[in-house]
Design a protein around this ligand. Structure first.
Ligand code: PGA
Length: 255
C-alpha cells in the first residue's frame, strides 16, 4: 500500500524549553534505526527553537493549532505563515480539546485546513466521536459529518499532504484505549467516507493515525491492524522512554 508509518507525540501544554530540548536530544540518539516518521507537536513558544534543534535529525516539529487568517488583529493567535517562517512543516488541526474546550467546529477547522494548505503546512486533521455518540450508535454519523464538514471545498490534489487522526474522545487522556479491532473498524469507515469525498485512490494513500491512550503496552496490537498507519500519542509522549518504546513498536518485546 506504501503508506508511511507516522509516530506523533502531542505534548499539549506541558514541558519547559529545557525539558523539551533534553527530550529531543535523547530521542534523536535512538532514532538511527527507526523506519517511522517521528513528529513532536510542541507548545508554540518552543517551536522556533526546536525547529532548529531537530535540523538534520529524523524528528519533525509540529504546531498544535493555528489561526485561520493570514494575519490581523487577533491577540494571542499565530498564523500558518508564521509557523512556516520558523521552519515548522506540520500542524495539528481540530484536536478534540480544541473542539470541546475552545469550541472549534468543523466549519472553523475547514478554514484552518485551507489556511494551512495555502502555506504548504502538512495538516494532521483530528476527528472522533464522544462516549455518548458511540453509545447511542451515532459513531459513523459523527465521523462522516466531521469529515464532510472539515474537508468541504477541498480536493485530493489540495490534500496530498494531509494525515488523518482518528481519536475517540472517550479514549483521550482516560486510560481507556479503543481495542485494536474497534480502531481498525473506525479507520476502515473513515477511509470509505474519504473515498466517497475524494476518490478511492486518495483514500488508499492517506495515512490514518489512531489516538487515545496509546502506550508501549498497546501500540503493537494497534499497529498490527492494516488500516492503522501510525499513532498520535498524548500522555505517553511526555516521557522519552515510553515515547521511544512506541517509536520502536516493531522491535518491542511484549511489555
Ligand atoms: P492521550 O492523548 O494519548 O493522552 O490519550 C491523545 C491526544 O490527545 O492526541
Amino acid at each position: 500500500m506504501g503508506r508511511p508509518t507516522i509516530i506523533a507525540g502531542n505534548w499539549k501544554m506541558y514541558k519547559t524549553l529545557e525539558e523539551a530540548v533534553i527530550f529531543v536530544e535523547t530521542l534523536t540518539a535512538s532514532l538511527v534505526d527507526s523506519q517511522a516518521d517521528v513528529i513532536l507537536a510542541a507548545p508554540s513558544v518552543h517551536l522556533a527553537f526546536l525547529a532548529k534543534a531537530v535540523e538534520g535529525t529524523k524528528i519533525q516539529i509540529a504546531a498544535q493549532n493555528m489561526h485561520e487568517a493570514e494575519e490581523g488583529a487577533f491577540t494571542g493567535e499565530i498564523s500558518g505563515g508564521m509557523l512556516k517562517d520558523i521552519g515548522i512543516s506540520t500542524v495539528i488541526l481540530g484536536h478534540s480539546e480544541r473542539r470541546q474546550i475552545f469550541l472549534e467546529n468543523d466549519a472553523l477547522v475547514n478554514k484552518k485546513l485551507k489556511a494551512a494548505l495555502a502555506v504548504d503546512l502538512k495538516p494532521i486533521l483530528c476527528i472522533g466521536e464522544s462516549f455518548e455518540e458511540r453509545e447511542s450508535g451515532r459513531m459513523e454519523e459523527v465521523l462522516r459529518s466531521q469529515l464532510e464538514g472539515s474537508l468541504e471545498g477541498l480536493t485530493s490534489d489540495n490534500l496530498r499532504q494531509m494525515v488523518l487522526a482518528y481519536e475517540p474522545v472517550w479514549a483521550i487522556g482516560t486510560g481507556k484505549t479503543a481495542t485494536a479491532a474497534m480502531a481498525q473498524e473506525a479507520h476502515v469507515f473513515c477511509r470509505s467516507v474519504i473515498g466517497k469525498i475524494l476518490g478511492q485512490d486518495f483514500a488508499q494513500k492517506i495515512p490514518i493515525l489512531y489516538g487515545g491512550s496509546v502506550k508501549p503496552e498497546n501500540v503493537k496490537s494497534l499497529m498490527d491492524e492494516s488500516d492503522i498507519d501510525g499513532v498520535l500519542v498524548g500522555g505517553a509522549s511526555l516521557d522519552v522512554i515510553s515515547f521511544n518504546q512506541i517509536v520502536h513498536f516493531d522491535v518491542l518485546s511484549e511489555v
